[in-house]
Write a protein that binds this ligand. Structure first.
Ligand SMILES: C[S@@+](CC[C@H](N)C(=O)[O-])C[C@H]1O[C@@H](n2cnc3c(N)ncnc32)[C@H](O)[C@@H]1O
Length: 265
């Protein structure tokens, strides 16, 4: 039995199960298995689902939060509505999306069909949990895909952590390979518990792993204050000799799949 045949068979099994249980994607089982082990989402929670299309993780999040919770999905792509959730179309790495989400959180949360009262002046309503299954459009070149995905994950941390309340939980998909330690170390500066987990639904099928982070610290640890996850990833990659220090290399140079994403204007 070839490895490829086995992997395809496994994927089909999860896909069939998803269809029979009414989930839009087999990835729903990944979040279910993460939830079974770590209980990241509790009843009544406010949850942000990053990279939510077509909505499998959103469906699982709604099941877990129940009627007193609130789930907001964001994706570049439009999804069919998920009962009990709100969806927005947008790029999570854009500042405008962060502003839109924050505004919605303060004044647009509906629980059980009724809007929550707007927060008092000076207070901010934040999410209890952020779940991210985000993935860039894959090119099929593993080094390149893994590098782009790592940078995307760093951006998701930087753009969404300000939306997560202290004590909150965060999980993100990440592709194993060069530089992953840079992200793991940056996460450890911001959460008291960080663990890699490979749910059965993704085992054998790819090199993805989930980084499960619990208990967001009120302030990141001393060494990390004032730096972003992206900066810490860059420093890690420079220390490992994977990218060169800024200014020492032509911008275009690519090493081991890594490229610098130019800052958005
Ligand atoms: C593996 S799919 C998510 C599947 C989803 N968790 C589910 O269970 O249905 C990854 C998603 O990430 C989205 N994505 C990639 N880059 C994004 C970005 N910058 N902002 C928002 N979504 C993004 C893609 O459009 C894609 O739909």
């Amino acid at each position: 039995m070839s490895k490829r045949w086995f992997q395809a068979h496994q994927r089909d099994t999860w896909r069939r199960q998803a269809r029979s249980k009414g989930y839009r994607a087999r990835s729903a089982f990944k979040l279910k298995q993460i939830q079974e082990k770590f209980t990241l989402i509790r009843e009544g929670d406010l949850v942000l689902d990053v990279g939510s299309h077509p909505g499998g993780w959103t469906q699982v999040s709604v099941e877990e939060t129940g009627p007193n919770g609130f789930v907001l999905g964001i994706d570049l792509l439009a999804s069919a509505p998920v009962e009990g959730a709100q969806m927005i179309i947008g790029d999570v790495t854009e500042e405008s999306s962060q502003t839109e989400i924050l505004e919605l959180l303060q004044n647009g949360v509906k629980v059980n069909g009724k809007p929550l009262p707007p927060v008092n002046e000076g207070e901010t309503r934040l999410f209890n949990t952020i779940v991210s299954d985000i993935s860039p459009r894959l090119t099929g070149q593993y080094d390149r895909d893994q590098a782009i995905s790592l940078e995307l994950v760093a951006m998701v941390f930087d753009f969404t952590l300000p939306l997560l309340r202290p004590g909150g939980a965060f999980v993100t998909k990440i592709f194993q390979g060069t530089g992953i330690e840079g992200i793991v170390n940056a996460a450890k500066q911001r959460f008291s518990r960080v663990q890699r987990f490979s749910p059965e639904a993704s085992r054998n099928s790819s090199s993805e792993v989930f980084l499960v982070c619990k208990n967001k610290l009120p302030l990141s640890k001393k060494g990390s204050r004032g730096t972003s996850v992206m900066q810490e990833l860059d420093i890690h990659l420079e220390n490992e000799g994977i990218i060169q220090q800024k200014g020492n290399e032509p911008e275009e140079e690519i090493k081991s799949g890594f490229r610098r994403i130019p800052k958005k204007e």
